[in-house]
Unconditional design. Structure first.
Lengths: 641, 322, 336
């Protein structure tokens, strides 16, 4: 695994250099790199036709499949790989290469001005919206997408990547029709973004699905979050089955597209208006795609094994995982890809004993990460995490392991040595003897594999004198519990964080910046950098804890906002990454808010019908834009297209 | 009798109101935090959460929310009547979802009921008429197996054997008769009906057997024989009439409960009914979905109680209501 | 001599059980003449009910061992097939039972139940059968019979229910009506009414009646003949006069001593018979009554007494010599 990481890191570095050379010159003389892949010439050789069949137990959409606010990785994959197009998209490859943008509607990766404050894009010709809109996409359609992001009632769930960064965007507009000062469309083919400050990874943010072209004639009818999702107009190779039946004469004549039932299925068929000449990324080998909801996950895997399905995403139930890992016939049918997700134990700087950095360091030494990985399912479930950002997002730290222990199984001696420095270990024997170490509440999830972590962690922490009282909750309650600051949860293991996009900013920003801290819905669970105002706002208990820990403000909490601001301004490239790497190191060694324990893998099981398997690193699913299927089915026979 | 029915119907209303009020309270009191955070995405800033709350109607005081909910149930909301609200998860209206799922659950429940009656009662009768015979022992053995084997075991086992290995029956999923024709629909329902009916059939067999044995020992059976009636008539008209009457009561109650959703059967066989929707909604914290399912289930149970009592009055002339 | 309507010869009905062989009826012979009323008296367990249930073919226990002859109008009912027996029951021989509340089906109207009995044996429509039922109800003295026929058993009083049962039993004009404890569950005043009714109907329908009871007082005025049963056997039989005025069996003496008599002054307390009826599995050897008999002697413990005629139709099964019996009765029993 380590060897692979090194290679990936080298490739990533090369690719970054290549990308960097293309993007940010003074004169827009050269066109930018077209990205790491070229699609032309590769269609020959892959089976054409067939329908990709998949199942899930639940869609799990966070915003009803409306791209303006939809935050689910699965939805992003389907948008990018099949349904809609924006200025930039992703190539559908694994590794660092897959996390780098390629132009889609735009002719290049954008021309950045010398001061880094404006980015200009030119649109390609002849790219159309699918039926029933049936017209060419213009720069206004892109601007409109941003207007939707900016509209308060549409609840753009990652709007803060744009609001406060693009001039004139504050995410509180009252209507979708309000134009944005910092986005200009001098003509149908040109769009210019003006930023408040130089933002190195703006290019990543412009590849997010919320920014993709949206037709105002349809989406303009929906000003409540989530509503547009059932009326999604395609611009990619595929459209939702039944889109052509949509009556767009007025808002009142619109009926939800028949091919998407949020309770049951989604069916995609070819978009007749998609022109492969305009698309360098997508091969569009198959004729249709169908996803059915199946409440019985074992049933889905049985269907996959006997050929009724073509692929399944997610961790298979133990019995099936066993088959995929041990049966030689199934060896090529199962993949564990890097999931760009870190699973971690979070510690609250406001709550003793975790207000003491030595205790937090001891925690990092004592946790038996190997056992936790084993309990999760072994290697197929990922890698042992040694720092905050996963290696595919920040390859610089691939070998960084500040709290290394033999076999990553934890080391009592190292842990005790750290604990001995703590004020809670009065006799310096490495074991906590302060009453605050008794009955320390830890939040966990109540199903496997998290429930398997409970005994492991209980034992681990007991060795340094911390007596954990572990409460297992269902996943949403667990999250809302630790997100509510006034609860003052000392430590929790239910959380994980997946990248929004491949730049380390997206990974670090919310988790450790004061912008990510709030009273309800905080994701800066450790409350790094919390100031007195916020402490007061969250409640008496928070204020009391804050006062105790900061000595009434004399000793403020560590704060990395400034470090982050410095990194944000840099253009993407080695300097950018090095800046974030340094921040990671500071976080891991000086502030120590987490014990990261696993970098999650994305599991994909495929049937024998799947050709040209590729992994789309950006969204973490199979690269629908690249695969083909040999099942020869037609959408008509499967769902009467 | 009519006055009695009306009074009971009023009680049904009151019960439903109390149940929904309790559900509301549980929903808001049990998880100690704001449900809006759940639906504001990965990065729930204060502004996002506030807007979500507003759109979900969660910014109003609890009792006002409850009052609005009750009002909408009776008078309808923007999606029609009854006002079942919209789903926090899918941001879509709930009425079509609930009704479609209800239809599936009804088909599952009724089909299973017919099956368990057709199997359980005759077995019970035959056992009662030949107590301690080989047939009786086999039948009661089957009954023991039936009530002991849990659905979550039997279901997957049947799927594995009959679909995966032998290919005799099609797999999971619900195929509406209108769209796929009779055989597709029926063949997909065979296993779920069987699995669900098994425990009930066993129970009803035992109950029928017990009731009939007891009834056949009654004095009026002796009188019937003394009148010179054929044994068949004695058993069917005199014996069964009394033995089966309590079963009508139980059947009504069982059906009432089942119409609220057979959770495990629906999940195992991927029948998108109310049962597995209930579970889904609870786990995702989808308030209106939870309330709707709760109301429907509670309604069926309380209404079934009423129907059963009224029917019993028709069956047993000694029972009269004022 | 006219032919007996019913002739029972040496009837034995034994039930094998886990605890042993229950000899419910152990060698019983009697006859019922046309047009007469036979009273059958005895305690619970004497075999009086089982005998007549056997006559009716209502012993359904498969393991029951039944021997002997039950000759009814020349036919041995024990030998005919079930299907034929069904035609006898209800039509030729009817039986009514002790508790009319539980003996009628609670879910069906009284008129329908009577109609059902009729239709089991005659090809008539439901309506006709119902009309006949109404008529029967009137004949048994139930006022407003049309209304009553449409009611359910729980809407009748105890006495009325028994009348309805009688109506049902007589609706097909049977030759023999067996009434098993017909008044036991009724009030004393109603008892007399029912018994009078039975008498009246006997004449109207020209039927023979058997009244089974444990109460000597009940049968006093209404029976032509009496037989006393004990532990599955008949211990004394004769006319009502014979039994009441000249009983020959210590058990009968005991029974008489334990009833109040209106024709005598009440001098002393009632004297119940000491002890309890014997187990029918472990019947005492010799005379089954000997453990309770104040006059038992050696022979009684060894030899089973036969039912021997005393004079005319009067017969008793006791080892005491005639002279002794007469003396004891005169001195001790009658004197009380």
């Amino acid at each position: 695994m380590k060897k692979h990481l090194t290679i990936v890191a080298l490739l990533a570095a090369l690719a970054l250099v290549a990308a960097a050379c293309g993007g940010d010159e003074e004169e827009p003389a050269e066109t930018g790199a077209t990205g790491a892949t070229g699609a032309t010439g590769e269609t020959a050789g892959f089976t054409q036709g067939g329908v990709v069949r998949e199942e899930l137990t639940d869609f799990g959409f966070t915003n009803g499949f409306d791209p303006t606010g939809e935050y689910l990785g699965t939805a992003w994959s389907w948008y990018q790989q099949m349904l809609i197009r924006g200025l930039l998209t992703y190539p559908g490859r694994a590794g660092a290469e897959g996390n780098l943008q390629v132009p889609d509607l735009a002719t290049d990766l954008g021309q950045v001005s010398a001061d880094g404050l404006t980015i200009t894009f030119t649109l390609k010709d002849g790219i159309m919206f699918g039926p029933p809109v049936n017209r060419e996409i213009t720069s206004q359609d892109i601007a409109f997408a941003f207007q939707r992001i900016n509209t308060e009632s549409l609840i753009a769930q990652y709007g803060n990547y744009y609001c406060g960064t693009i001039v004139g965007m504050d995410c509180s507009a009252k209507s979708q029709d309000e134009p944005i000062e910092g986005i200009e469309t001098p003509d149908d083919k040109t769009i210019v973004f003006t930023l408040e400050r130089p933002t190195g990874d703006m290019i990543y943010r412009l590849a997010q699905p919320a920014t993709y072209a949206i037709p105002q004639e349809v989406a303009g009818c929906f000003d409540k979050a989530g509503d547009y999702g059932r009326y999604l107009i395609a611009s990619g190779p595929y459209m939702i089955n039944g889109s052509d039946q949509l009556d767009i004469t007025s808002c009142d004549t619109l009926e939800p597209i028949s091919g998407y039932d949020p309770d049951k299925f989604m069916q995609l068929v070819r978009n007749p208006n998609w022109d492969p000449e305009t698309d360098d990324v997508r091969l569009a080998n198959f004729d249709g795609w169908v996803l059915n909801i199946n409440s019985n996950i074992e049933d889905s895997y049985n269907k996959l094994l006997n050929g009724e399905l073509d692929l399944l995403h997610g961790a298979p139930p133990a019995a099936f995982l066993q088959q995929y890992l041990t049966n030689p016939d199934l060896q090529d049918n199962f993949f564990s890809e890097e999931g760009d997700r870190t699973w971690y134990i979070t510690m609250n700087l406001l709550v003793p004993p975790f207000d003491d950095v030595n205790v937090r360091k001891a925690a990092n030494y004592i946790v038996d990460k190997a056992a936790m990985l084993q309990a999760t399912g072994g290697e197929s479930s990922g890698l042992i995490a040694t720092t905050i950002e996963p290696p595919s997002v920040l390859p610089d730290l691939a070998d960084y392991d500040p709290y290394a222990t033999p076999n990553s199984a934890g080391d009592v001696d190292l842990a005790k040595a750290a604990m001995a420095e703590s004020k809670y270990d009065s006799d310096g024997d490495g074991v906590c003897d302060d009453p605050v170490c008794d009955n320390v509440l830890m939040i966990n999830r109540n199903y496997e594999p998290w429930s398997e972590y409970t005994p492991i962690l209980q034992d681990n922490f007991a060795e340094i004198g911390i007596n954990l009282k572990i409460r297992e909750l269902d996943v949403s309650t667990a999250y809302t519990t630790i997100q509510t600051t006034e609860n003052l949860i000392p430590i929790a293991v239910n959380a994980g964080w997946g990248k929004d996009y491949g730049s380390p900013f997206g990974f670090n920003f919310f988790l450790f910046n004061t912008a990510g801290d709030s009273c309800e819905g905080s994701v800066n669970y450790s409350h790094i950098g919390m100031g007195e105002d916020l402490a007061k706002e969250c409640g008496p208990k928070t204020l009391a804890a804050w006062n105790a820990v900061t000595d009434n403000g004399a000793n403020p909490l560590p704060n990395v906002d400034a470090d982050m601001d410095a990194c944000v301004a840099l253009p993407t490239g080695p300097e950018y990454n090095a800046c974030w790497a340094a921040l990671d190191q500071k976080l891991m060694e000086e502030i120590v808010p987490w014990v990261p324990y696993r970098w999650g893998a994305a599991n994909i099981a495929i049937g024998d019908t799947v050709e040209n398997y590729q992994f789309d690193q950006s969204a973490g699913l199979i690269a629908y834009s690249q695969i083909a299927v040999t099942n020869g089915l037609t959408p008509e026979e499967l769902f009467g297209a | 009798m009519v006055r009695y029915i009306i009074r009971r119907l009023l009680w049904v209303m009151v019960t439903l109101l109390v149940i929904t009020l309790l559900t509301y309270l549980i929903f808001f009191v049990m998880p100690p935090t704001d449900p809006a955070i759940n639906f504001a995405g990965k990065q729930p800033t204060e502004e996002l959460v506030a807007e979500v709350k507003r759109q979900f109607g969660l910014d109003k005081p609890l009792l006002v929310q409850y009052g609005l909910f009750v009002k909408r149930i009776f008078l309808g909301d923007e999606y029609g009547w009854p006002g079942l609200g919209f789903s926090f998860s899918t941001r879509s209206e709930l009425k079509p979802v609930i009704f479609e799922r209800l239809l599936i659950t009804v088909q599952l429940a009724l089909g299973a009921a017919i099956l368990w009656l057709l199997v359980g009662i005759p077995i019970g009768i035959l056992s009662a008429l030949r107590p301690r015979s080989i047939f009786d022992r086999f039948a009661m053995g089957f009954a023991l197996f039936g009530v002991s084997t849990p659905v979550f075991f039997l279901g997957p086992v049947m799927l594995y054997i009959f679909w995966f290995q032998l290919g005799w029956l099609p797999g999971s999923g619900f195929y509406p008769i209108g769209q796929y024709g009779f055989w597709e629909w029926f063949s997909h329902m065979i296993m779920p009906w069987t699995v669900l009916a098994l425990a009930f059939a066993a129970f009803y067999a035992r109950m029928t057997r017990g009731n009939l044995i007891e009834t056949m020992g009654e004095d009026y059976i002796r009188t019937a024989r003394a009148k010179g009636l054929s044994e068949r008539r004695v058993v069917l008209k005199h014996g069964l009439r009394s033995a089966l009457t309590p079963i009508v009561t139980i059947l009504g109650l069982d059906l009432g409960a089942l119409l609220g959703g057979a959770i495990i059967t629906e999940t195992v066989f991927n029948l998108q009914g109310l049962g597995n929707y209930a579970i889904q909604s609870v786990f995702s914290g989808d308030l209106y979905a939870i309330l709707d399912v709760t109301i429907i289930a509670a309604f069926f149970i309380t209404f079934a109680n009423l129907v059963v009592d009224v029917v019993y009055a028709f069956l047993d002339p000694r029972v009269r209501y004022t | 001599m006219p032919e007996p309507l019913l002739q029972v010869n040496d009837l034995k009905v034994h039930f094998p059980t886990d605890d042993g062989l229950v000899k419910a009826v152990d060698g019983v012979s009697f006859q019922v003449m046309p047009g007469e009323t036979l009273g059958v008296v005895g305690e619970s367990g004497s075999g009086k009910s089982v005998s007549f249930l056997t006559v009716m073919g209502l012993i359904t226990t498969k393991q029951a061992i039944i021997e002997g002859e039950v000759i009814f109008k020349g036919q041995d009912l024990l030998q005919i097939p079930q299907e034929e027996m069904r035609h006898v029951r209800g039509e030729k021989i009817s039986m009514i039972f002790q508790d009319p509340m539980t003996s009628l089906h609670p879910f069906y109207k009284v008129g329908s139940q009577i109609g059902e009995a009729i239709r089991a044996h005659q090809k008539v429509s439901k309506k006709e059968a119902f009309d006949q039922a109404v008529e029967m109800l009137q004949r048994v003295g139930i006022p407003k019979p049309e209304e009553r026929a449409n009611q359910y058993p729980h809407e009748f009083s105890g006495g009325m229910r028994q009348r309805a049962m009688i109506a049902m039993a007589l609706s097909l004009n049977p030759d023999l009506l067996i009434a098993d404890e017909p008044t036991t569950a009724l009030d004393v005043t109603v008892q007399a009414q029912i018994l009078d009714l039975i008498d009246r109907l006997r004449e109207e329908f020209n039927a023979s009646i058997v009244i089974i009871t444990h109460d000597l007082g009940v049968v006093a005025e209404h029976c032509d003949h009496l037989q006393v049963m004990y532990a599955g056997k008949i211990v004394e039989t004769g006319t009502a006069d014979d039994i009441y005025y000249h009983p020959h069996h210590p058990y009968a003496w005991g029974l008489l001593g334990s009833i109040t008599r209106l024709d005598e002054e009440q001098r002393e307390r009632l004297r119940p018979i000491k002890g309890l009826p014997p187990s029918l599995i472990f019947v005492p050897p010799g005379c089954a009554f000997h453990p309770r008999c104040p006059y038992a002697f050696d022979k009684c413990r060894v030899d089973v007494p036969e039912l021997l005629p005393v004079d005319g139709q009067h017969a008793a099964a006791c080892h005491l010599p005639l002279a002794d019996k007469q003396r004891i009765f005169a001195e001790e029993v009658a004197a009380r």
